[in-house]
Design a protein around this ligand. Structure first.
Ligand SMILES: [Zn+2]
Length: 951
């Protein structure tokens, strides 16, 4: 059939069907709001947005493709626009920044950017030059929309704004573009928006729907907020894990805009929020920006008043976490947040009986944008002057950051420290290294302890903070963000009154603790004998003549190396102790490929080489299996055979989409090996024998009895079940698959848990009195750890205390983890591992299980001359326990979680259960705990279950 006939036939069919099968609605949402958003006088040679839509502009949600079409047309039709593609999303959609200005300014882009760079570095620019630059510079605004894909009105407003700016004949608009560069970032999360527009399509009926509970408004799991891997892109601005953020941040940092508008939506029954944040505000932020924030909010508020639109400022909007779009505030850009109540489509019925239309919500965003641009136009020069003063302060010896140097200690974990270096460089942070050790005084450890004299070892990463980006450096590297006493009072009041919180995000976030890297802060500006930091060189030494090839187990990439080779059916072993072979010292956890294990594989050497090249990881060739003295040899039990992981992630409704997404992303990003995501409702009848490793991300879903028995049978037969946070809570309270308990269910047996803990403590601190041991007489002179303490607490009191303490659980703070350094799960992990801790299940490990990581760093303290009792546990005399590392951890919470397990492992039948109290892969950025999870997923099946011999 020819195409024309086909099209007209389908048109006739559609008309016929809609007339016959579906009834017309009694009213249309397009009748709700009569104001016209684009009501100026426009150049007819530029296409109106309606040309790209199958509805009238503003009445419904434009898809990313429709907006993309408009952009591609506008760049042909107008000389006031230059389009940059700054990233490609995971699903292959381009992200655009549209530079809109007068043609004269657009022709000058390179000069303008060069001037901005000079104005940002007071080491190469003086006051006179700065004044000249400020006089010549246009204002610069970055207008960004709908980073959360289901908060749609922003991007629709952006489409109108682009058209308005390039097509308006209004002299006010022309004047604006003569004096300003407006950069519009119209669709910040095209994959999320696409997911949501698809669901709008799928749930749309004939009549408009104003019920904000209906599926057309909510969408389906995993919802439209996040990107392809279910990441919240508005938490990623410092950690930079996603392509959308990586591309965007590098462009923003190039442009150094004066304002950055970040347009969101919030609850449907709300109104509109803008304006500067309330406390807590991160102390590193330039307070001038708060002043300017008020100026913008006032103008915007007046415009809303004039139009009789409701709004508010502040309230729940705080700014302690530096990973929002507001990271720009640490670089001298004013971040402005819009939160429009969310209409999804059609509109939403409110308690007072009115319906607010979607079109009006688009109009709010549009008017806010234009109002902010005009405020910027009027204040740009004064804002540049403030900016210049701040840039001068950042490099002076008078700033609060001037005598502060961050030092990351040398590590064999090359890939992880390289990742850190890349993140810092993306923010224009200058990083150095030392060839010789440097003697310094009064350095602060991550635990807060001060070391009076310290030698910074050669090869450390050194970041002196007398640099142009000093405030940002401090915000993301300081160990503990300061929180005012007043804020703490309000927080405690909220907690005590009704269990609520005034903190909107995590209260701890610094890079070195997130990354599980050891670091110190030095209270001076280190500058002598430093060279620019260089990544350590990769050496891929894969010799045909060797008998085995090995990658050092400290490097995270060693796990990827093992996983990728096993996927290609190579037999891989892992050394579970430090070794020295062929003159090379390698850490425990080093994966090794031995020719003898792979007799049939003629392509072995090439596979190893290619894998190492793909990963860019160093490999060594070994020629002997003899380890000197007591060190392991290759035929002994320390060369343990791994088992190819066959992984499934339980997913869908009932699981945290964030934790599902980040588990999925971790496998794709760190390992790149095959795995399946399963719809959990299938678990009762799916063939689980295809997998030997099941991941249960954090969830709220209880498994029914049938599902639980399937899972139990699967573990019994040799499966490795790995659960996080909410799912751990569920398995623990189910009480049939694990002996681990939540602390609140453990008080009847607290003595047993304490004994297990004392065995761990005592095994680490053995001293032998030979006379006593060799005495042939029976003796009553035996010390029992539980008799050392006088103040054991009865179970009733423990129960009451626990209930009280549980009110004060943290919401995203670092506590110290002490590791079992002989367990395979801790390969590549530092001794005191920062754990990002929230209201997690507090795990109690029985004697049938391993507490692989416990909460609290045990430190020597001669003043503690008796056992110290904290709830159920005792701390041996001569010791104390450090819990809090960073962020808000109330003392009640510290006491509650002290000595509890963060990570447990126990055998069940031929298989095993691995429980994380928390979410080890948080935001794709908690690389310290992520390594534990990677170990569990890749090595679990080989090291923690009975080995299987396939006939
Ligand atoms: Zn949002």
């Amino acid at each position: 059939m020819n195409k024309l006939i086909q099209t007209s036939l389908s048109l006739i069919l559609t008309l016929y069907c809609s007339a016959e099968i579906l009834k017309k609605p009694t009213s249309y949402s397009s009748d709700l709001y009569k104001e016209i958003i684009l009501n100026g006088s426009y150049d007819p040679s530029i296409d109106h947005p309606n040309e790209f839509l199958d509805f009238n502009y503003g009445e419904r949600v434009a898809s990313p493709e429709q907006i993309e079409n408009a952009i591609n047309t506008y760049k042909q039709q107008s000389n006031k626009i230059k389009v940059l593609n700054y990233a490609i999303s995971h699903e292959g959609r381009p992200l655009h920044a549209l530079i809109i200005s007068s043609p004269e300014n657009i022709a000058q882009i390179d000069v303008i950017k060069e001037n901005l760079s000079s104005l940002s570095d007071a080491r190469i620019t003086n006051d006179r030059e700065a004044k000249k630059i400020i006089d010549s510079l246009p204002a610069i605004a970055w207008m960004a929309y709908s980073i959360h894909g289901n908060e749609t009105s922003g991007s629709d407003a952006a489409l109108g704004l682009i058209y308005h700016l390039i097509a308006s004949n209004d002299s006010e608009v022309e004047n604006l573009l003569d004096n300003m560069i407006v950069i519009v970032d119209p669709v910040m999360n095209p994959d999320g928006r696409s997911r949501f527009t698809k669901s709008l399509e799928q749930y749309r009926g004939t009549a408009p729907n104003y019920d904000d509970q209906s599926l057309i408004h909510t969408g389906d799991w995993p919802y439209g907020r996040t990107n392809h891997y279910y990441f919240d892109l508005n938490r990623d601005w410092i950690y930079l894990t996603q392509p959308e953020t990586q591309g965007r941040v590098s462009l923003i940092n190039e442009w150094k805009p004066q304002i950055l508008v970040d347009a969101h939506e919030m609850g449907a029954q709300d109104t509109f929020m803008t304006g500067p944040a309330r406390e807590p505000i991160n102390k590193n932020m330039d307070r001038d920006l708060v002043k300017w924030g008020n100026v913008f909010a006032q103008d915007q508020g007046s415009e809303f008043d004039r139009r009789n639109w409701r709004f508010y400022t502040g309230e729940w909007h705080e700014d302690l976490y530096p990973g929002y779009s507001f990271y720009v505030n640490f670089r001298g850009t004013l971040g402005i947040l819009y939160e429009q109540s969310r209409m999804a489509e059609d509109g939403v019925r409110r308690p007072e009986g009115t319906v607010q239309s979607y079109k009006e919500s688009v109009h709010h965003q549009f008017v806010s944008s234009l109002t902010n641009l005009n405020t910027l136009l009027n204040n740009s020069k004064a804002m540049y002057s403030d900016y210049w003063e701040a840039r001068k302060l950042n490099i002076s010896n008078e700033s609060e950051w001037a005598n502060q140097t961050f030092v990351i200690l040398p590590t064999k974990n090359s890939s992880r420290i390289n990742t850190l270096a890349n993140k810092l460089k993306s923010q224009n942070i200058e990083i150095f290294s030392n060839k010789k050790s440097i003697y310094v005084k009064n350095v602060e450890k991550q635990t807060g302890d001060i070391i009076e004299e310290f030698n910074i070892p050669a090869g450390s990463m050194i970041i002196p903070n007398r640099q142009p980006e000093a405030p940002l450096i401090s915000a993301i590297l300081e160990f503990d963000a300061e929180i005012d006493e007043d804020v703490l009072k309000k927080e405690r009041e909220a907690t005590l009154r009704d269990g609520s919180s005034i903190m909107y995000d995590t209260t701890a976030f610094n890079f070195t603790m997130m990354y599980g890297l050891e670091a110190v802060t030095v209270p001076e500006n280190i500058k002598g004998n430093l060279s620019l930091w260089e990544p350590s060189s990769v050496k891929i030494d894969v010799d045909n003549e060797a008998i085995m090839w090995i990658v050092d187990g400290t490097d995270d990439l060693s796990v990827s190396f093992a996983a990728r080779l096993m996927e290609q059916n190579v037999q891989v072993r892992i050394v579970d102790k430090d070794i020295s072979l062929s003159g090379k010292n390698l850490s425990r956890g080093s994966p090794v490929v031995i020719t003898l294990d792979n007799p049939e594989n003629s392509n072995l050497v090439q596979l190893i080489k290619n894998t190492a090249k793909d990963l860019n990881v160093s490999v060594s060739s070994l020629y002997t299996g003899f380890g000197p003295e007591e060190l392991p040899d290759w035929g002994g039990r320390h060369f343990r055979l791994l088992n190819k992981p066959q992984i499934a992630i339980l997913s869908h409704e009932g699981f945290s989409s964030y934790d599902v997404g980040v588990s999925w992303w971790s496998l794709d990003h760190h390992l790149g090996i095959r795995h399946s995501q399963l719809n959990t409702s299938m678990i009762g009848y799916a063939d689980l024998r295809r997998y030997n490793t099941l991941v249960m991300p954090s969830g709220y879903r209880s498994l029914n009895q049938g599902e639980m028995s399937v899972l139990k049978e699967w573990v019994k037969q040799g499966g490795t079940l790995i659960a996080n946070n909410g799912s751990t809570r569920m398995l623990v309270s189910d009480n049939s698959i694990t002996s681990i308990k939540d602390v609140s269910d453990s008080f009847e047996n607290s003595h047993e848990y304490n004994i297990k803990l004392q065995r761990e403590f005592l095994s680490k601190n053995i001293s032998i009195d030979l006379d006593h041991v060799n005495n042939n007489k029976v003796t009553s002179d035996i010390s029992y750890p539980w008799e050392e303490t006088e103040n054991r607490i009865d179970s009733d009191t423990l129960k009451k205390r626990d209930k009280w303490q549980s009110l004060f659980m943290p919401s995203g703070a670092f506590v110290s983890g002490r590791i079992d350094d002989k367990h395979w799960l801790t390969f590549g992990i530092i001794d005191t591992l920062p754990l990002l801790y929230s209201n997690f299940p507090v795990l109690m490990a029985s004697s049938d299980s391993k507490a692989v990581i416990r909460v609290g760093e045990l430190i020597n303290d001669a003043n503690q001359d008796i056992y110290k009792t904290i709830n159920w546990s005792d701390i041996p005399a001569g010791n104390d326990l450090n819990i809090r590392m960073s962020g808000l951890v109330w003392p009640e919470a510290s006491a509650r979680i002290a000595n509890s397990a963060y990570l447990t492992q126990e055998r069940y039948g031929k298989g095993q259960i691995i429980l994380f109290s928390g979410e080890p892969n948080f935001r794709g950025s908690s690389l310290g705990t992520n390594r534990l999870w990677l170990n569990s997923v890749v090595y679990g099946s080989g090291l923690g279950t009975s080995s299987r011999i396939t006939p």
